[in-house]
Ligand binder design. Structure first.
Ligand SMILES: C[S@@+](CC[C@H](N)C(=O)[O-])C[C@H]1O[C@@H](n2cnc3c(N)ncnc32)[C@H](O)[C@@H]1O
Length: 553
């Protein structure tokens, strides 16, 4: 192994990879599932070894082949943790965080770097984070979590990321988290002014003056998100304040004939800059617009990856004076140091059942919690860990007693439910308007009509023309609406629709209420002005409440 080799899992289109390269690391291997992202990596770095497929598939790569590599890095999937999702954590088949930590036991890298969304920093996942810290310590590493904002490292966007770094004990005393840049980041206008003006749009200069802040966090990298746009309604509102139409992504900047007062859309090239890329790096993204936008939307901005990578490299080189860590100096290891979830820690240390009040009494002095707060911790951790419950045992009204069971996450088990669910959902369901990149015709307010459901193979855009016949033909399920797309209404019967959706999501509860699906409607929130303003109204009805989570256009 060369001195500074990195194995990167879930490498995407290479934001983190590029940052680590700029920090001095060399890629021994990059593993990625998405074909377009792999094409991007290969096109930009033909010499890199890129393994395409499920990173947890032992047939794809053997972690033990990379034993002793300097760094194991990854931007493992964010949907299990994002506050914009259901925060299923360890029970989400896409979760690879805890497994990536287990890889340290096999690969024994000198350092580990994993990044994820801010949601992982929230109280919902304090026990998950605690497990990660405890496990890494057991494996001989000194771990630490930080929430880093991309705008502190020169990126014109807030983009908070939860970052985990762990180093082997021998190197840990030399690690320092990177310090934020003293210079404020450029504004959106300063960053994109020249690109907006590139085709002669007369409104560009005024637009750039108005866009006088950093960008909201770019979203839209998830396949379930659908077409290329700048995110949910809240995000689009923030973009509107900057004079940007977030409904879709443009193919080009506005031309000389465009209205100077236009609210323009961003192009992929513009979003790339907002993710911290510099033109001179010459990085290109492969695939058509939606595939490219997804890759761009997912990245860990290279400047942040470079800053963290440099901090890790300096630690591996033992640059600067060492500082003792808790693990090196037990005197520093106070009861609360590096404890993310004291309730989890109490439970983990006990084999007997404990009531909430008993748990509260066992918490260390610096981490005292009320009974209600303990119960809240228990509720959160039961999302990721089995929590055995014994019925109320005493008469003091303290309620049931609890005992910690096993961690539900995928940790490398060959028989883990994750494999089956992952295979089933690999042809991801994506629901989107038929023309995600075009304005939809306007229809009257309060329209209520039947759904037309079309299944088609394309990973890019809608099927041409009319909605095609139902039936399982490929990866994408598109739900379209006649008022939006101009497609003739197709009143497929409820059972067929249900069967079609069920084929994509085996085991989903949809089937149970299949006969009610005939009543499924979509309803405008006040006029079908744009596809993204449409909600699936029945989602709010009790008997369909299990449906809508993924039925949002
Ligand atoms: C947050 S993105 C990574 C972004 C990347 N670090 C960057 O900076 O550009 C997560 C990536 O994990 C990939 N991925 C998800 N599940 C995977 C799996 N089971 N095996 C390999 N890659 C996977 C996705 O395709 C996506 O590109």
């Amino acid at each position: 192994m060369a001195d500074l080799e990195v194995v990167e899992i879930c490498a995407g289109a290479g934001g983190q990879a590029l940052g680590l390269e700029r920090a001095g690391f060399e890629h021994a291997l990059a593993v990625e599932l998405d074909t377009a992202a792999c094409a991007t990596l290969r096109a930009n770095r033909p010499a890199w070894k890129v393994a395409e497929g499920d990173v947890a598939d032992p047939a794809l790569w053997r972690p033990s082949d990379y034993r002793g590599v300097a760094l194991l890095a990854g931007g493992v999937p964010c949907p299990p943790f994002t506050v914009a999702g259901r925060q299923l954590g360890a029970t989400d088949e896409r979760d690879l965080f805890a497994w990536a930590v287990e890889l340290c036991g096999i690969i024994r890298p000198r350092a580990l770097l994993l990044e994820n969304v801010r949601g992982l920093s929230t109280s919902r996942f304090s026990a998950y984070r605690q497990h990660v810290l405890d496990r890494l310590r057991d494996l001989g590493y000194v771990p630490g979590w930080r929430l880093l904002n991309a705008c502190d490292y020169g990126v014109p966007q807030l983009r908070p990321r939860t970052v985990l770094v762990a180093l082997q004990r021998a190197d840990a005393p030399w690690f320092r988290w990177p310090t934020p840049s003293p210079r404020p980041p450029a504004t959106v206008g300063e960053t994109l002014g020249d690109l907006m003006a590139a085709r002669g749009w007369h409104g560009a200069a005024a637009w750039a003056r108005r866009a006088d802040r950093i960008a909201p966090t770019i979203v839209g990298g998830s396949k379930k998100h659908g077409g290329a746009d700048l995110g949910p309604t809240r995000a689009k509102r923030a973009w509107a304040q900057l004079g940007v139409d977030g409904i879709g992504i443009a193919d080009a900047a506005p031309g000389p004939d465009a209205d100077p007062a236009l609210t323009p859309r961003l192009t992929c090239e513009m979003v790339i800059r907002l993710q911290g890329w510099q033109d001179e790096w010459g990085w290109t993204f492969s695939g058509r617009k939606t595939a490219r936008y997804r890759q761009i939307g997912n990245v860990f901005p290279p400047p942040v990856a470079e800053a963290v990578g440099t901090a890790i490299r300096r630690a591996l080189e033992h640059a600067g004076p060492p500082e003792p860590t808790c693990e090196m100096d037990p005197e520093m290891d106070t009861a609360t140091a590096h404890v993310h979830d004291p309730v989890f820690r109490v439970l983990r240390a006990r084999e007997d059942f404990l009531t909430a009040r008993q748990i509260a009494a066992l918490l260390p002095l610096g981490a005292r919690l009320s009974r209600a707060a303990v119960l809240e911790h228990l509720r959160h951790l039961s999302g990721d860990f089995e929590l055995e419950t014994a019925p109320e045992m005493d008469s003091d009204g303290d309620g049931p007693a609890y005992r910690l069971g096993s961690f539900r996450a995928f940790l490398g088990q060959q028989d883990h439910a994750r494999h089956q669910r992952f295979a089933a959902s690999r042809a991801t369901v994506s629901l989107r308007p038929a023309c995600p990149d075009r304005d939809a015709p306007t229809a009257g307010a309060g329209v209520r009509s039947r759904l037309a459901v079309a299944l088609h193979v394309a990973d890019e855009g809608p099927p041409a023309g009319r909605a095609e016949a139902q039936g399982r033909q490929g990866g994408i399920l598109a739900v379209t609406h006649p008022d939006i797309t101009g497609i003739e209404p197709r009143d497929f019967d409820a059972v067929s629709i249900c069967r079609a959706i069920g084929a994509f999501l085996p085991g989903n509860v949809i089937g149970r209420n299949s006969t009610h699906l005939g009543a499924l409607h979509i309803q405008s929130t006040g006029g079908f002005k744009r596809p993204s303003e449409i909600l699936l109204a029945p989602c709010l009805e009790a008997r369909h409440e299990h449906l809508p989570r993924f039925l949002i256009i």
